[in-house]
Design a protein around this ligand. Structure first.
Ligand code: PGA
Length: 252
């Protein structure tokens, strides 16, 4: 299984020039990393810029940061999976805590978005995670189980292999506290347990579960090596080409 490193640029950078510069710097760096990579150890890098930059950036795998659940029509301000597919997008971040918070995305809407992406052969990166408050009152497991169950409702065994789950404890995103390696490991195991309950052993063993939340060049490798994450979803650190490349180099 390739290690998946996803850059979530969020609503950055502020202009096309900066977006192109960042993308090209990452692209150049990845080329040199690939030349030194040991055979058999592969890293898949996905860049998720704001929609407006998608068609400017070429030469690395692209992801989108959100999507709408209808194919086309009178849905002002929205972008469809069909349109993303046409823009050569391969992955779509769905259910990010910022979309749950600022756009009031519900599990029902997230479920529809996942289904629409699968229909258009896009790979959803489903973000789940508990808030600081939910963790404090001991509801982490309940929250994760509810999100997984409702977000994946109606998605059948043969489709699930195209889904990536990103465990993103909300309290660890941005300048928040780091989630310890032990806690990340136990959350990832719990996520696999829920997938086992909903599907089967093979799916639970093989589904990609990545980690996101204050990852940088210094801690990235521990999340892969010691916490058992199959990859990383990187926010802030992905806006600095050198730091992002450090993450890629450290996990290869
Ligand atoms: P962060 O963001 O790396 O800045 O914590 C991660 C995310 O929100 O995907």
């Amino acid at each position: 299984m390739k290690t998946l490193i996803v850059a979530n640029w969020k609503m950055n950078p502020v202009n096309q020039k900066e977006a192109k510069n960042l993308f090209e710097a990452v692209k150049r760096g990845i080329k040199s990393v690939k030349n030194t990579m040991p055979a058999g150890r592969q890293v898949e890098v996905v860049i998720c810029p704001p929609f407006v930059y998608l068609n400017l950036l070429k030469g690395l795998t692209l992801g989108a940061q959100n999507v709408f659940y209808k194919e086309k029509g009178a849905f002002t301000g929205e972008v469809s999976a069909l349109q993303l597919h046409d823009s050569k997008v391969k992955y779509v971040i769905i259910g990010h805590s910022e979309a749950r918070k600022y756009l009031n995305e519900t599990d029902d809407v997230i479920n529809k978005k996942i289904k629409e992406c699968l229909h258009e052969k896009l790979k959803p990166i489903l973000c789940i995670g508990e808030t600081a408050e939910e963790k404090k009152i001991g509801k982490k497991a309940e929250v994760l189980e509810k999100q997984i169950t409702e977000d994946l409702k109606g998605i059948v065994t043969k489709e699930i292999k195209n889904i990536v789950i990103a465990y993103e404890p909300v309290w660890a995103i941005g300048p928040g506290d780091n989630c310890s390696i032990d806690e990340t490991m136990s959350s990832i195991l719990f996520i696999r347990k829920v997938i086992f309950k909903l599907y089967n052993r093979a799916i639970s063993d093989n589904i990609r579960v990545i980690y996101g939340g204050s990852v940088d060049g210094d801690n990235a490798n521990s999340y892969i090596k010691n916490a058992g994450a199959n990859g990383l979803l990187v926010g802030g650190a992905s806006l600095h080409a050198e730091e992002f490349l450090k993450i890629i180099r450290s996990v290869k």
